[in-house]
Ligand binder design. Structure first.
Ligand SMILES: [Zn+2]
Length: 416
């Protein structure tokens, strides 16, 4: 039964409470056993029964729940650095897509990639991601689009879960865009999703969520409704890529079908926010995508003021957000979305867990929750997100076991 002491600030991030309620405990200690949190609180209150157990020293650093990246497109073939150059010189994301680049170029590369290559690529990416304190990620398909490649990507996610470094929550995003072979018959592609791919995804039991990209360049709200309803009949919960490049009714649709999250929302209307506020749908903000596409971010303050929980994720993908750095996205959420560091922390832990329906066990360090946590080399959350550095995380624990731990060997940062 290990005990972690000398924690400058412990953030329990309770699943309930408001956006700013991160359960900060100064001068704290924490106890875990069998992969679960047993006790967390002020160190002077540590019950005597835990005092003889194996003790770790946080050396005055802060402790947070393991970070949850609740929106990634982890598995893809190739990269798109050439498009980055074009966008840097002023060409728009939609222009590049119309010229054959964008998502379709990743579809091409992903279909050509051998599954074992994709697996190895993801495994290496995850070995970096985990060192940032990230213990769970949602990962979407959507760069295969055909039956074989979509199923193959979902199998890659299952194999990654079996490796056991990080927990992967898989989402089927066949409705990412219309594949080139269906460009003249989009209805036929929708029938393929509904009648061919979804039944196989169901048989393999390989996805938990169904997602649709609602956008002028992808699917209308009516088309998305049909696809989401079909997925829900197979027991998948709905997610929506909503109102990213234009207000297409994505937020309204997410509210209507009871989606677990509405992601992006850069162009959400006041009506969309109003609909979300009555439903408990989590708004997932993706500041890296706004940054890379030089777009205004989502109106986080309006959403928070309307009691919509706001999560923060990376949107890691080879086009619009080619970075898996969740703490960087968190600092950007402070500067670009006018959220406080505490609000952002809640958004990358408890609310991120809610956005992928794992908040009964993950995203919080209250007793009974899974012992996923990170030791961050900063005295508190304000210092951490204010002074960005490549990696302030010195230890990542999953189910009470170290995935990465340099807390003893690395010097404590000069916070004086
Ligand atoms: Zn996305």
């Amino acid at each position: 039964m290990p005990v972690l002491k000398n924690i400058s600030a412990l953030y329990t991030c309770p699943p309930d409470g408001g956006q700013h309620d991160v359960g900060e405990i100064r001068n704290a200690a924490m106890v875990w056993a069998d992969g679960q949190i047993i006790w967390s609180g002020p160190e002077p209150d540590l019950p005597k029964i835990y005092k003889g157990y194996l003790t770790y020293d946080a050396r005055g650093r802060m402790v947070i729940p393991g970070l949850i990246d609740c929106h990634t497109h982890l598995a893809f073939g190739g990269w798109r650095a050439d498009e980055f150059e074009m966008r840097s010189l002023g060409r728009s994301y939609l222009d590049i897509a119309k010229a054959g680049g964008g998502i379709l170029s990743s579809v091409d590369a992903t279909r050509q990639a051998a599954p074992e290559k994709l697996l190895e690529k993801c495994r290496v990416l995850i070995s970096h991601i985990v060192k940032l304190g990230v213990t769970t990620i949602e990962a979407k398909t959507g760069y295969g689009l055909d039956l074989d490649t979509e199923l193959s990507v979902l199998r890659v996610y299952r194999q990654l879960n079996n490796i056991g470094l990080i927990e992967i929550i898989p989402t089927y995003l066949g409705a990412h865009t219309i594949p080139p072979e269906y460009s003249k018959d989009r209805r036929k592609y929708m029938r393929t999703i509904i009648n061919t791919v979804l039944p196989m995804v169901n048989i393999e039991g390989s996805a938990r969520f169904i997602d649709v990209f609602v956008e002028d360049s992808a699917f209308t709200a009516d088309e998305a409704r049909r696809i989401l309803m079909a997925g829900m009949e197979f027991g998948l919960r709905a997610k929506v890529h909503a109102d990213q490049l234009s207000a297409c009714g994505g937020a309204e649709l997410a509210a209507e079908v009871g989606a677990v999250s509405a992601d992006h929302l850069e162009r959400v209307t006041d009506q969309g926010i109003q609909r979300l506020s009555k439903t408990g749908v989590v708004a997932v903000s993706l500041p890296l995508a706004s940054f890379y596409l030089k777009q205004p971010p989502l109106p986080a303050r309006k959403l928070i003021d309307s009691k919509v929980p706001v999560a923060v994720a990376t949107d890691f993908n080879p086009g619009s957000a080619p970075s898996w750095h969740l703490p960087l996205a968190m600092t950007m959420a402070c500067t670009m979305q006018s959220m406080s560091p505490a609000e952002v922390l809640k958004g990358a832990t408890a609310y991120a867990a809610r956005a992928i329906s794992v908040d009964d066990t993950l995203g919080s360090l209250q007793p009974g929750m899974q012992a996923d946590f990170a030791i961050i080399d900063a005295p508190d959350v304000n210092h951490w997100l204010y002074h960005f550095r490549p990696n302030a995380c010195v230890a990542t624990y999953k189910k009470g076991r170290a995935l990465h731990d340099v807390s003893e060997t690395e010097a404590v940062y000069p916070w004086y």
